[in-house]
Design a protein around this ligand. Structure first.
Ligand SMILES: *[C@@H]1O[C@H](CO)[C@@H](O)[C@H](O)[C@H]1NC(C)=O
Ligand SMILES: *[C@@H]1O[C@H](CO)[C@@H](O)[C@H](O)[C@H]1NC(C)=O
Length: 985
């Protein structure tokens, strides 16, 4: 939009100068010889690059791209040269317009242009001054009223003497990479009191701050100001709304100044305003009702800022609007159905807000509307079925709302429609036959359609087709997609009722294909692509029944043809044989859950660009290539559940990105590499079920991000020594070293340091899982309530300690009561002695507790009945005595919780206590009255606690993962699409 603006303003100035030239050159005049030679010399200091084609953008912005300099010859009056204007009385050169002449060369400090003292207009825009600085000489031209040095490839500071140009009416220094410091800025604004147009786009003004009052200088800006265009200047601070009250202001564009804030005025608007553009700023607050006073407004772009409140119905008054962009703000409430008078509206963007209610009907009666974007809001109800006969709609994006009903008829026949995006809604019904032959982008994913695949789409010329998760059925022959000659994206994923017929034969498909998603589509074969697909970026064939070996052509394409590939997902198939070799450049290589066999070839080392490598759950053998520890970007390495042997790579680089390393369930042996300590971003380290033979890796204690550490079922041994570090393992939440040969006292000094188990916040809205990547979910196996269980997604509130099946001895330390966030504690099958410490009752979040098979003595502390969430208790096989506590959760445990403690008595054991009656009656503790917990609420509390959280995690994994993956990449496309749209504006 800004570029449009720029063009317009540029064009008007240019026209003005052209007219000026026209009138003056008709009068007879003789050019001053000194000025003639100054001009000639100036011209000669550049070369005109006639051969090089001007860049597209220049062509667009340069109104006439002509080589005016050809008329510059000595034997002609210089006043008649193209681009030169003379005063018709004095014959002095007063105007020079050499814009868009492709001049190339340095603008010298002593350039003769600065000798043309009578110049009133100077326009050198769109030339290439090869990074010269703007010399102080420019301030000698004190008569200048118009100065345009935009797009000139200049560098450095704007000289402070520019403020001498006190007659300036129009100053354009935009896109020349210059810097403006606060001092110069203040002087300029103070002296140039006639300024009407100030264009400083992309001039670096970041040193101008509120602090030095240099921002508020704008208060003193000339009240004759008409245009103030300061895009992308780095201005920051709070800008007084005074600027929007200037009596003559017509254009204000402050967009792209992310740290510039301000508010819209409630009254005293600059009523002549035509363009108000605050895109990507920190302007905030409500859009006042009074904005309706701006009756001349044609462009209103407040997008990507911090506006809140509702959309004022006074928009009704803005009958001149052609563009209204309020997207990416915090607007809420219903949008008023007041658009019928905005008959000039062409672009309407309201996406990414929290707007509710129905989609206004009046939008569909706008005769000039091209772009309609309401995506990512909370709109409900059906899409309006009525539309004006004259609709010019080209782009319709209603995605990511809660719209229901069927696709309205007009979507199928609008003559100019290019994009239809209805994905992520609750639409139902059939997808009907399309006759919108202009359609290129069709997104209908994530709806609840039914019926057959819409074969009529094959008569269109689609480039993007997304029908994933649409519930469609029927058979589709893959070769049909070859009718889309320019297909770039095809997503048919997650249509389990759809059968995609891929015969073994080679398939022709658009050579431009970039994205192919066929996850969960019941395919049995690799689609064999005939063209080399040099642009292919993403290939997702996951969750199918593809079996057999990877075909040779696939390996060849992967290594030689797909030069742009970034993601291959073949996971959850039945593939066999050797792994394919990933090429350099690839980022995601996902082959888990197949039957791949053989060694991991060393040629994998070429793919050092990898970010995620998932080879989990195959039958791979051999060793892990050493090079993997040196991959600079790899953050997920998952090779769990294979038959890998040998040692863990020993050479993790000093600087690496590893967040997840899962090598569990293999046959790895040897020591833990010391270089693991370099993995400072590591969050999950799972080495369980291997044969690693080492002492406890204290070297990991400084890893400040580590949250999950599982060393279960290895040959770790020795005592766990005391730590010297104050906060070792500061974020650890899942600590599992069970089933090893650790001995000595319980690692008290470690346990009491586990900050991550003391202060988990439960107050966050909703449940949160570890990791936020769309292509990989962190998982871990833990023993929960006696059962081994895989957490396919890990709740950030999930905290457990498992030290079971070792040879720990000594007493349970009291400090364990400080780990108040703990949900599970398993110390079973050790040599632990002493009493059960009363402090365990402080673990108010504890859901399971296993102290079985130890040498514990004494009574079970009655205080343990305070553990309101406890649903699993195992104290069996100890030497506990006395009465089993009664009340609350303890009334739900069975015999098995206490087996093998001959001296225990009372319910639920059959052995009754002799002095049963002497025991204090249960549940008279103050706790109960204080907290209002009764037995029932305890049980409910539990049911809503962990279990539902775990189940939720499961669902998110199975349903959520692929959807999120798709969304992730679609997001990329949308960004791209929006950019293309903007360019078309
Ligand atoms: C300007 O100065 C440079 C070096 O300082 C010199 O080479 C050049 O000829 C001078 N140009 C003019 C127009 O005087
Ligand atoms: C303001 O402009 C006048 C006239 O050109 C000039 O003499 C004076 O030095 C300028 N003041 C500043 C602060 O630049």
């Amino acid at each position: 939009m800004g570029s449009l603006l720029l063009v317009l303003s540029y064009v008007s100035l240019h026209l003005f100068l052209l007219l000026l030239t026209h009138f003056t050159s008709n009068t007879f005049s003789l050019c001053n010889p000194h000025e003639t030679s100054a001009l000639i010399e100036f011209k000669n200091s550049f070369f005109v690059n006639t051969s090089s084609k001007p860049e597209d953008t220049w062509l667009l912005k340069c109104f006439s791209f002509s080589f005016e300099l050809e008329s510059w010859t000595n034997n002609k009056d210089c006043c008649e040269w193209d681009g030169v204007t003379c005063d018709n009385v004095s014959d002095y050169v007063i105007g020079l317009d050499l814009s868009c002449n492709n001049l190339k060369g340095k603008l010298h400090p002593n350039s003769t242009i600065f000798q043309l003292r009578h110049l009133q207009q100077l326009n050198l825009a769109f030339n290439d001054f090869s990074m010269s600085s703007l010399h102080v000489g420019v301030s000698d031209l004190v008569n200048l009223m118009y100065l345009n040095l935009s797009h000139c490839n200049l560098r450095g500071n704007i000289p402070s003497t520019i403020s001498h140009l006190s007659k300036l009416v129009s100053l354009d220094l935009s896109y020349s990479f210059l810097k403006l410091n606060p001092f110069t800025w203040k002087k300029l604004i103070h002296n140039a009191t006639n300024l009407k147009q100030l264009y400083l786009d992309s001039v670096d003004m970041s040193s101008i701050r509120e602090r030095e009052n240099s921002l508020s200088v704008l208060k003193n800006v000339s009240s004759s100001l008409i245009s103030l265009i300061l895009r992308d200047t780095g201005l920051r601070g709070y800008l007084s709304s005074h600027i929007l009250s200037l009596p003559n202001l017509q254009k204000l564009d402050l967009s792209g100044n992310q740290y510039l804030s301000g508010q819209l005025p409630k009254s005293n608007w600059s009523t002549p305003l035509r363009y108000l553009i605050l895109y990507n700023t920190s302007f905030f607050g409500e859009i006042p009702y009074s904005i309706g006073q701006l009756k001349s407004l044609t462009l209103l772009d407040l997008s990507r800022s911090i506006f809140n409140g509702t959309v004022p119905p006074s928009l009704w008054n803005l009958t001149q609007l052609t563009l209204l962009d309020l997207s990416y703000n915090n607007l809420e409430g219903e949008i008023p159905d007041v658009f019928e008078r905005l008959i000039k509206l062409e672009y309407l963007y309201l996406s990414n807000n929290s707007l509710v209610g129905q989609v206004p009907l009046s939008l569909f009666h706008l005769p000039r509307l091209y772009f309609l974007t309401l995506s990512s809001n909370k709109f409900v109800g059906p899409i309006p079925i009525e539309i004006t006969k004259h609709s010019k709609l080209k782009y319709v994006d209603l995605s990511e709302n809660m719209l229901n009903g069927t696709i309205p008829r007009w979507c199928y026949y609008l003559p100019f429609l290019i994009e239809l995006n209805l994905k992520d809604n609750h639409l139902t019904g059939f997808i009907d036959d399309f006759s919108t032959y202009s359609l290129r982008y069709l997104f209908l994913s994530n709806n609840n359609f039914h019926g057959h695949f819409p074969n009529s789409i094959f008569e269109l010329s689609l480039t993007y087709l997304d029908l994933s998760s649409t519930n469609l059925s029927g058979v589709v022959h893959f070769h049909q997609f070859s009718t889309f000659k320019n297909l770039i994206l095809l997503d048919l994923s997650h249509n389990s009722a759809l059968s995609i017929n891929i015969d073994g034969k080679a398939q022709t498909i658009s050579p431009n294909l970039k994205y192919l998603f066929l996850s969960s589509t019941n395919i049995n074969n690799f689609p064999k692509f005939l063209p080399p697909l040099p642009n292919l970026k993403i290939l997702d064939l996951s969750n199918n029944n593809i079996h057999g070996k990877i075909p040779k052509w696939f390996r060849k394409h992967l290594l030689n043809s797909w030069k742009n590939i970034i993601l291959i997902d073949l996971s959850f198939n039945k593939l066999q044989g050797d792994l394919p070799i990933p090429p350099y450049g690839i980022l995601f290589f996902l082959l888990s859950n197949n039957n791949f066999t053989g060694d991991i070839a060393l040629s994998l080392c070429n793919a050092s660009s990898l970010k995620v490598l998932n080879l989990a759950r195959n039958n791979l053998t051999g060793t892990i290539p050493q090079c993997i520890g040196t991959f600079p970007s790899l953050f997920v390495l998952d090779m769990q559940k294979n038959n890998l042997y040998g040692s863990i790579p020993t050479n993790f680089s000093k600087i690496n990105q590893f967040e997840t390393i899962k090598l569990n369930d293999n046959q790895l042996d040897g020591h833990l590499p010391r270089s693991l300590a370099h993995c400072t971003k590591l969050k999950i380290l799972d080495l369980g079920n291997n044969n690693i033979d080492d002492t406890f890796p204290m070297l990991l204690e400084t890893l400040s991000e580590l949250q999950v550490l599982s060393l279960r079922s290895n040959k770790f041994h020795g005592t766990i020594t005391y730590t010297n570090i104050k906060h070792s393992f500061p974020k650890l939440r899942i600590f599992d070293i069970s089933d090893n040969y650790f001995s000595g006292p319980l690692p008290i000094s470690l346990l009491k340091n586990f900050q991550g188990m003391m202060n988990v916040s439960y107050n966050k809205i909703g449940l949160q899982y570890m990791g936020n990547s769309d292509y990989y979910n962190d998982s871990v196996v833990v023993i929960v309530k006696g059962f081994s269980m895989e957490l396919t997604r890990i709740l950030t509130t999930f905290t457990t300690i498992d030290l079971s099946n070792n040879m720990f001895e000594g007493e349970i330390p009291h400090v364990i009561g400080e780990l108040v966030s703990l949900k599970g504690l398993n110390l079973s099958n050790n040599e632990i002695t002493g009493n059960i410490p009363r402090s365990l009752s402080n673990l108010r979040n504890l859901e399971w507790l296993d102290l079985s098979r130890n040498q514990l003595r004494g009574e079970i502390p009655i205080a343990l009945t305070n553990l309101n969430f406890l649903s699993f208790l195992n104290l069996s096989q100890n030497h506990l005595e006395g009465m089993v506590p009664k009340g609350k959760q303890f009334d739900t445990f069975e015999n098995s919780s206490y087996d093998g403690n001959a001296m225990l008595c009372g319910f639920p054991l059959s052995k009754s206590c002799k002095n049963d009656e002497d025991q204090p009656p249960h549940s008279t503790s103050e706790d109960e009255q204080e907290s209002g917990f009764g037995w029932k609420s305890v049980v409910t509390g539990y049911a809503c606690g962990l279990l539902s959280g775990l189940l939720f995690g499961y669902n998110v994994f199975f349903i959520g993962k692929p959807v999120r993956l798709v969304r992730f990449f679609e997001h990329m496309f949308n960004v791209r699409l929006k950019r293309t749209h903007n360019r078309m504006n």
